[in-house]
Design a protein around this ligand. Structure first.
Ligand code: SAM
Ligand code: SF4
Length: 326
């Protein structure tokens, strides 16, 4: 359905857990993470009921995220069940890739259509540093297994951080040239644990594009399936593409087509606004599918026209990405 700014809202991103097997420095604190109690986290039956209600107001695409969605037990069954809802025509996943080596083939079999894997560095030491202990070799194996399982496109999410991984820009560019991977550079956002240092570490998409253009021709690419807010380019002859996601420098609010559901059952009309609408309580009090659909409709109608994160940071909003679902 269209929201009040005539945007067609057809995409629901669901955080199925706030737990994670990594602790990326810009996303989660090292210790003392406040995790939701099991009693407030939606179970899979509840998530499916919400998806069934969401299709009544025009949701057609689902993305499972988190936290790390692959740490939630039973995810294969959830994917299968959502995939069987006739109105849903796309189901995708965002993952850190650590558990992909053993799960990629089963995810494909369960009906998952697309996969995005987060990878900020190609150096094992730096990977361990940015994720506070992660093993890069597992993610590499996960990427290979995802390609072997037939996922296409496989997209790589890379947050470019000045002074941390910008020296690897050419290695990522090379990766897009030699392998069928779609490398998407995401601007660092001043949210969660990055709030205090993001201003100095931020690199805009324009800056990256300009640097790449000094040595390579970037030919605009029509679209990579499910491209959402990314703008894609291909270096002539490359197997993959390079994409830029610019939530700060060029916010894509006018094309926003999404709604978010937190692992605790709160609907978030905008990632960058603390406004949430409680779905869990009515759901647990026995609301009908139609009643839930009406609440989702209200959430769609309360989507703001745009965010102003570049100017305001994330004032007053203390939820971090693992809780909302990135
Ligand atoms: N754990 C999964 C993963 O890492 O792909 C899914 C959840 S994670 C929150 C989703 C995406 O959000 C990741 O690509 C991560 O890099 C991105 N992210 C988290 N915090 C961010 C920040 N402060 N700025 C930009 N991107 C961020
Ligand atoms: Fe976990 Fe993803 Fe956040 Fe990293 S970005 S801490 S992998 S949820």
């Amino acid at each position: 359905m269209n929201d009040t700014f005539k945007r067609n809202i057809n995409y629901l991103r669901i955080s199925i857990t706030d737990r994670c097997n990594l602790r990326c420095v810009y996303c989660m604190p090292e210790d003392g993470v406040q995790l939701a109690g099991h009693d407030v986290v939606l179970n899979f039956e509840e998530i499916v009921k919400i998806v069934q209600s969401a299709v009544m107001v025009g949701i057609r695409k689902i993305r499972l995220t988190g936290g790390e969605p692959l740490v939630r037990k039973g995810i294969m069954h959830l994917i299968k069940t959502i995939d069987e809802i006739p109105e849903i025509d796309d189901i995708a996943l965002t993952t850190n890739g650590i558990l992909l080596p053993e799960m990629a083939a089963d995810l494909k079999e369960a009906g998952l259509k697309r996969i995005n894997i987060s990878l900020d560095t190609l150096s094992p030491e730096k990977f361990a540093k940015v994720t506070r202990g992660g093993e890069l070799s597992k993610v590499w194996m996960g990427i290979e297994k995802a390609l072997d399982a037939g996922f296409d496109p496989v997209k790589i999410n890379t947050v470019m951080i000045r002074g941390f991984n910008n020296d690897e820009l050419w290695e990522f560019v090379e990766l897009s040239r030699k392998s069928p991977l779609h490398i998407r550079f995401i601007e660092l956002m001043p949210i969660g644990t990055s709030e205090l240092w993001a201003a100095d570490s931020y690199m805009s998409s324009d800056e990256l594009k300009q640097i790449i253009s000094t040595k390579c021709e970037l030919v605009p690419e029509k679209e990579v399936t499910g491209s959402g807010p990314a703008k894609y380019y291909r270096i002539p002859g490359a197997l993959g593409t390079i994409g830029f996601i610019s939530p700060i420098s060029n916010h894509f609010c006018s094309q926003c087509n999404r709604l978010r559901l937190t692992s605790e059952g709160q609907l978030r009309p905008c990632l960058h606004s603390p406004h949430e609408i409680d779905l869990r309580t009515p759901l647990r009090e026995g609301a009908s599918q139609l009643e839930l659909a009406n609440i989702i409709r209200q959430a769609i109608n309360s989507k703001p026209e745009k965010h102003d994160m570049a100017a305001t940071g994330w004032e007053g909003n203390r939820r971090v990405m693992n809780q909302i679902g990135g």
